[in-house]
Write a protein that binds this ligand. Structure first.
Ligand code: 4FV
Length: 251
């Protein structure tokens, strides 16, 4: 997978994407990340990338032309058109489900917004989708782009040591992950659940599935609607929800 990031702060993006798991994935060519300085595509006499909004109003807007030229240059370098995502508070909120779908693309290009946003004509003519990382406003689109790039890159084959890692993590199967423990088996008098040291893999799996459902019902009941549960599991979740409700109402 190749990820291109169009940004006013390429060094910031390279610093983050060059570290840890993603940095190693780049070194092993499991993924390729290219950051592009938008200012390199500002060819007007003032080399501007932003300007005041027509009709007046607060702040500045990112101009269409530099972004269009940068994206066209990326298309030329790749030899095809990447899926073009604009990181914006107006976008659909990013989920693991969407990450799994985006991981099917060979090439993805991320536009980091700044100022009050981008000239609408660029969005209409070039952007395939707008994605938000949450309903709050940041100073720039670099952190949202890095969040998406990180979550996307870890899905690429060969990035995580054991592909099963992400399949058992929170949200991958629509549920919150089960509680996890490591050595020592007794920490300050608190023991690890016995089933986890029993060596019975089936019992461990059942324990983890049950705890995942209970934890989801307690922390993120909103996820239960789309979770694939057996009738028995659905009944467990409903009992937990009822218990939580009674607790809240001090029944
Ligand atoms: C954002 C978000 C976000 C808005 C002003 C950049 C900033 C500036 N992007 N999810 N939340 N962007 O706050 O994606 O343009």
């Amino acid at each position: 997978m190749r990820i291109d990031i169009i940004t006013l702060f390429p060094e910031m993006c390279e610093a983050v994407m060059g570290e840890s798991i993603i940095g190693r994935a780049q070194k092993s060519n499991a993924i390729e990340v290219n950051c592009h300085q938008l200012r390199d595509y500002a060819f007007d006499k003032h080399r501007r990338v932003d300007d005041a909004p027509y009709g007046g109003g607060m702040g500045m807007l990112m101009m269409a032309e530099p972004i269009a030229l940068c994206f066209e240059d990326i298309c030329k370098k790749i030899g095809s058109r990447p899926h073009f995502i604009y990181m914006s508070p107006q976008g659909k909120t990013l989920t693991q489900e969407r990450i799994k779908e985006l991981a099917q693309y060979e090439n993805v290009c991320l536009l980091c917004g700044h100022y009050e946003g981008v000239d609408e004509r660029l969005i209409e003519k070039y952007i395939d989708e707008e994605i938000s990382i949450g309903d709050y406003v940041l100073t720039g689109g670099e952190l949202p782009a890095l969040v998406l790039a990180d979550s996307l890159a870890r899905m690429a084959p060969g990035v995580l040591s054991n592909n099963e890692c992400f399949e058992l993590e929170s949200h991958y199967n629509g549920l919150i992950e089960y509680p996890q423990y490591t050595r020592p088996s007794v920490w300050r008098g608190i023991e690890v659940p016995e089933v986890l040291t029993s060596g019975h893999h089936k019992n461990v799996e059942e324990f983890r599935r049950r705890e995942s459902i209970i934890r989801t019902a307690k922390k993120r009941p909103d996820l239960l609607e789309n979770a694939e549960l057996t009738d028995k599991e659905r009944e467990l979740a409903e009992n937990v929800l009822l218990g939580e409700y009674k607790k809240q109402k001090n029944f």
